[in-house]
Design a protein around this ligand. Structure first.
Ligand code: ZN
Ligand code: ZN
Length: 140
């Protein structure tokens, strides 16, 4: 089945802010928060903790939108973005990948899946060393 890659939705499904206002990367999977669309058989795999599972309506019948932690407003935004042919995502602040000193996104959100401008999802491996901070001059 030929599918066009979905481009990122306009804003974080949890805080509704645009990436340009937050910085960092768009997260689709982290141990704290994430959003993904799956077939019913794959829905339980690799979801940390409690999640909301929303069956999608026509024309996406048979697929489930899975979002964690559970948040009904975020699910509504994610379903809307999916219906608009976008890929929903979570900002690093909402995914708890923010600098402990200043609250800006970490430079390296280790152990997450991130969504690029082109709609490609990449894994950021767990590496030794500091996660850093995107804010210039912050020692965090
Ligand atoms: Zn957010
Ligand atoms: Zn910082």
């Amino acid at each position: 089945m030929a599918r066009r890659r979905r481009l990122p939705g306009p804003s974080c499904v949890f805080c509704a802010r645009a990436l340009i206002d937050i910085g960092g990367r768009r997260v689709t999977w982290s141990s704290c928060a994430g959003v993904t669309v799956r077939s019913p058989t794959g829905a339980v795999g690799n979801i940390p903790g409690r999640a909301l599972v929303e069956p999608l309506a026509h024309p996406y019948k048979g697929t489930l939108l899975v979002l964690w932690p559970p948040d009904t407003d975020a699910v509504d935004r994610a379903v809307e973005q999916w219906a608009d042919r976008h890929r929903p995502w979570v900002c690093q602040v909402c995914a708890s990948r923010a600098c402990g000193r200043c609250g800006s996104p970490e430079k390296h959100p280790f152990g997450t899946d991130v969504l690029g401008d082109d709609g490609r999802v990449r894994h950021v491996p767990l590496l030794p060393g500091p996660a850093g901070c995107v804010r210039e001059g912050c020692p965090g």
